[in-house]
Design a protein around this ligand. Structure first.
Ligand SMILES: [Zn+2]
Length: 456
């Protein structure tokens, strides 16, 4: 029941029943008529719609999910094959159309997980990733995937220092492995890493050669997250003018917190297939977050992504649990504070009309708002909580309770919270892969001696 969320700490928060939810309205706020025939009052503008910006987003955007591949490359994350299948099933149930689920050549367990997902009867297109190396491509084909994300280096920096190859060798291997995969009945998305720091003439030539060899999609990667939205717009304009016809895809990293903004710029520039990871997982600071990109499109632009957004919070929590990477308190949409209110002014506003201080309603993504009672609490939230639980109170009693709550919150020691932060930092350090001690114990099993110098 939308608009009536309560939790253990929550006062009832009714939405004003005469006003439509903002996020669904997407610009129709002034013209939509309710069932009772009463025209809506115009209370806010949506300039994304009114200025025609939302209409610029092309139809047919499909999310390419990376939670099980790049998301697993988050430092310290390793899923079992069974956990991968569990996440893949929920991604499929919420109608994610395609997912890259791993790099089979990494290990036999990794290959087992990829094969299990490929044979799980899911609707989504199942992809696996491969370098332009024959054994990688063969490992993908052996896992029965629908498609291979075949990747190589784009920038000269990667070509010289990572691959130790020439541009000609990179191109030759890319064409050879594209042809091999296609000849074995597997679709190819051709991926260049570090594309936005690469020589444009070279990557255009490389993409075109792979398109001619049978690749049906060009994936452009902001591998170290150095683009900004105007940069994305400019780059894709160049590519669209120069590339042979192919479907464009964008893989954005979040090193400067711009991955979702860049992905929005990319889809506006005509990219049909943006990449995401649930909870924004991924290498370093992660990838564009699934929930942020999907809900930006849905709630801000009124765009139908085809994703069942009502299970986004459930999906986020599943990935949080199985990855072992906690969602940040302030993380948009799925973070603990995203729909929490303490300040009296804000709680008052939200109780009168949720849209005053919420850009979309939490119920839309399967969660509920919370009212936190503390130093900044106001009387309306307290009165609402009492009313919601059937407790009668005079205004004087409410005022007295508010004062007691504020005094209590201000006097409470922060020791608990500080101890939590300290233990969290400590745990995050200890749980990233194997510990230093475990490293050397495993080293001894491999026949190595103990370290001769102290750890730095
Ligand atoms: Zn990546």
């Amino acid at each position: 029941m939308i608009g009536w969320g309560t939790t253990a700490r929550t006062a009832a928060a009714p939405i004003n029943p005469t006003t439509r939810e903002l996020q669904v309205v997407a610009g129709l706020y002034t013209s939509e008529q309710r069932g009772n025939g009463i025209r809506e009052e115009r209370l806010v503008h949506n300039y994304l719609v009114e200025a025609g910006l939302a209409a610029r987003i092309p139809k047919g955007i499909r999310i390419w999910e990376e939670t099980l591949r790049d998301g697993e490359q988050t430092p310290g994350v390793a899923y079992t094959p069974e956990e991968k299948v569990r996440i893949a099933r929920v991604l499929d149930e919420v109608h994610v159309p395609m997912m890259d689920v791993g790099i089979p050549v990494v290990s036999s367990e990794e290959a087992r997980g990829v094969r299990m997902i490929a044979n799980a009867g899911l609707d989504a297109t199942i992809m696996a990733a491969a370098r332009t190396v024959r054994k990688d491509v063969e490992a993908c084909i052996a896992c029965d995937v629908d498609e291979i994300a075949l990747f190589t280096a784009g920038s000269d920096l990667h070509i010289k220092h990572k691959l130790a190859m020439t541009r000609e060798q990179v191109k030759e291997a890319a064409v050879r492995e594209t042809e091999y995969a296609v000849a074995h009945g597997v679709d190819v998305s051709f991926v260049t890493e570090d594309t936005f720091r690469a020589d444009l003439d070279f990557v255009v030539d490389l993409y075109d050669a792979c398109t001619a060899a049978g690749a049906h999609r060009a994936v452009v990667c902001d591998t170290v997250g150095v683009m900004t939205p105007p940069g994305i717009t400019w780059f894709f304009e160049q590519l669209k003018r120069r590339l042979k016809p192919t479907e464009l895809s964008f893989h954005g990293h979040n090193d400067f917190g711009l991955a979702v903004a860049n992905s929005l710029a990319a889809v506006e520039a005509g990219v049909a297939v943006p990449h995401t990871c649930v909870n924004g997982l991924g290498e370093r600071s992660g990838n564009a977050s699934f929930e942020e990109l999907v809900l930006s499109l849905e709630a801000l632009y009124g765009y139908d992504t085809g994703i069942d957004i009502s299970r986004i919070y459930e999906l986020s929590q599943l990935v949080e649990t199985l990855s072992g990477i906690p969602v940040g308190m302030h993380q948009p949409l799925v973070g603990h504070n995203a729909f929490a209110h303490e300040s009296g002014i804000h709680a008052h506003g939200v109780i009168k009309h949720t849209a005053t201080y919420e850009p979309m309603q939490p119920e839309k993504l399967g969660r509920q708002r919370t009212f936190v009672f503390g130093k900044h609490t106001g009387s309306l939230a307290v009165a609402e909580k009492l009313r919601g639980r059937g407790v009668e109170a005079t205004p004087e009693q409410v005022a007295a309770l508010v004062k007691l709550i504020k005094d209590f919150a201000e006097a409470r020691s922060k020791g608990d919270q500080q101890a939590f932060v300290v233990s969290f930092r400590d745990r995050a350090e200890r749980r990233r892969g194997v510990t230093d001690e475990e490293f050397w114990t495993l080293g001894q099993k491999a026949g190595l001696g103990r370290p001769k110098t102290a750890a730095k």
